[in-house]
Write a protein that binds this ligand. Sequence first.
Ligand SMILES: NC(=O)c1ccc[n+]([C@@H]2O[C@H](COP(=O)([O-])OP(=O)(O)OC[C@H]3O[C@@H](n4cnc5c(N)ncnc54)[C@H](O)[C@@H]3O)[C@@H](O)[C@H]2O)c1
Length: 313
Amino acid sequence: MELDKIKRILVVGAGTMGHAIAQVYATAGFEVDLVDLNQEVLDNALTKIKSNLSLLVEYKHVISGETSNILSRIHPSTDLKVAAQNCDLVLEAVSEDRDVKRDVFSQLDEFCSEDIILASNTSELNIFNVAKVKNPKRLVIHHWFHPPYIIPLVEIVAGRKTSSEVIDISFKLLEKIGKKPLILKKFTNAFVVNKIQQAINSAVFALLIKGIASPEEIDMAIKNTLGVRLPFAGVAQNLDFVGLDVVYDIIKNMGMDLVFLRDKVNNGQLGAKTSIGFYDYQGRTEEEILTKRDKLYLQMLDFLKQKNAFEPI
Ligand SMILES: NC(=O)c1ccc[n+]([C@@H]2O[C@H](COP(=O)([O-])OP(=O)(O)OC[C@H]3O[C@@H](n4cnc5c(N)ncnc54)[C@H](O)[C@@H]3O)[C@@H](O)[C@H]2O)c1
């Protein structure tokens, strides 16, 4: 198993995610077999890929003369066996259904050569319990985000038996095609981003059910706060700007205690105000840190206003 030997990717499932992931690999120069159950889905997938590519050309993310070369590298097929026998890596993007995925992985296990990586794009299933493969060292999750030709992150999630070599090659491959891979330290349901998204969704539903704010009001509130800060401060660094002592007081008022946070506060690691919190600001003063932050926030605010971002899409 070597990164440089990966030339041909098999994407199984040509739906919302599969067609677009196939497009990303083909854009990066890989030959891609795109397999689904019937020709109609595949035709639809190719129509969408052409439309995606023309948008990417318009926004200069793809060179205009490249479209036909990219399309020529995508090989739609309904024959999983043939495609599996010829590929160097599989990305499974079939429906989020245990039985469907189990069946696809058992076919892949039978048809693919034994050492190639079998990656699943599952959003939340513990694929390591679902898929039965002879060599579980090669089974891994590559969790892409929609739309995959725009959103940079891909979460790499290993099972207990996934080899470190598979994780390493996964990381390098995704980096090579221009993605931002994140290796999770262990399996957890919904991984990182969807776990945070789920917490947000739960809060939104609670606000709606209790009649506290309408959907439009919630979005207006979020766009006018998190929307401005998030691109620069993320969600963890923002706590450094609040002050970890303040955050800890809030947690205590909620009747909770977090040992790691208490330790930080007791050690004087309060965030920007002490030049160290979750992040290490390398001795920069609070004023230096916050001035840099505020310049970025101001630029973001101007940009968002210019784009009418505070209005619904
Ligand atoms: N939609 C998203 O935003 C999103 C984001 C990240 C991850 N995912 C995950 O990606 C996977 C695919 O999701 P999607 O949104 O593309 O679903 P989708 O329903 O749009 O596409 C699934 C495709 O799989 C095909 N399929 C089903 N059984 C098959 C088989 N045996 N062989 C070949 N093809 C088969 C279906 O015909 C369909 O075209 C799921 O695991 C999902 O959880 C989805």
